[in-house]
Structure formats: structure tokens, C-alpha cells
Design a protein around this ligand. Structure first.
Ligand code: HEC
Length: 87
């Protein structure tokens, strides 16, 4: 084995070692939802409210009221995925 080949093998082993934990820790649905809830509470609830209805503490300071996120699907013929195509 040349030094270059040894280097390549060593590199591959290191990359696998780095990548393994990522694949091993694919989050289950419950953990994923809990994480989403946390992200929403931190980044979205100040405006959209803790339950997504648009009544967060920052909402009254805004000229354009935050959307009631619980009604997106209803307003988009049943799909929350269509919001990006509205504008
Ligand atoms: C600073 C206040 C603020 C924060 C923080 C905020 N939003 Fe909003 N959001 C708004 C406002 C205001 C609108 C309405 C904008 C409009 O109608 O032009 C809106 C609109 C939306 C819409 C579009 C709804 C529709 O029917 O078009 C979605 C989806 C949304 N926000 C999701 C989020 C998410 C998810 C987060 C957190 C990652 C978030 N927002 C954080 C103020 C905020």
C-alpha cells in the first residue's frame, strides 16, 4: 500500500466514524415533535402565540398582525404546504 492509499483508507475510516452517530441518532417522532415545540416556543410564539393563534405578546406591537397558524390548512384548501406559492 502506498502512503497515498494508506492516507485514503485512514480518511475513509475517520469520515465513517464521524458520520455514524448522525445515522445512529435518527430522532423518533416524539423527540422530533418535542424539539419542534421547543423551537416554536422560542422563535415563533412571541408573535404567533403559544398555541399559534396569533396572540403572542409581541403581536400588538406589529402593524400587520401575525397569521393564525391554526387556520393555514383551511385557508389553503387543506394543505399547509401551499403557503409558499401564495405570493
Ligand atoms: C416578529 C413576529 C413574528 C415572528 C417571530 C414569527 N412570525 Fe410568522 N408571521 C408574522 C406576521 C406579522 C405574519 C403575517 C405576514 C403577512 O400577512 O404579510 C406572519 C406570517 C406567517 C406565516 C404565513 C401564514 C399564511 O397563511 O400566509 C407562517 C407560516 C408563519 N408566519 C410561520 C412562522 C414560524 C414557523 C415562525 C417561527 C419560526 C414565525 N412565523 C415567527 C410574524 C412573526
Amino acid at each position: 500500500m502506498t502512503d497515498f492509499e494508506k492516507g485514503t483508507v485512514a480518511f475513509a475510516i475517520v469520515m465513517l466514524a464521524v458520520a455514524m452517530p448522525v445515522f445512529a441518532e435518527a430522532p423518533d417522532d416524539e423527540a422530533y415533535r418535542a424539539w419542534g415545540k421547543e423551537l416554536f416556543a422560542t422563535h415563533c410564539a412571541p408573535c404567533h402565540g403559544p398555541d399559534g393563534k396569533g396572540n403572542g405578546p409581541v403581536a400588538r406591537e406589529l402593524k400587520t398582525p401575525p397569521k393564525d397558524l391554526t387556520r393555514i390548512a383551511e385557508e389553503n384548501q387543506g394543505s399547509a404546504l401551499q403557503i409558499s406559492s401564495k405570493r
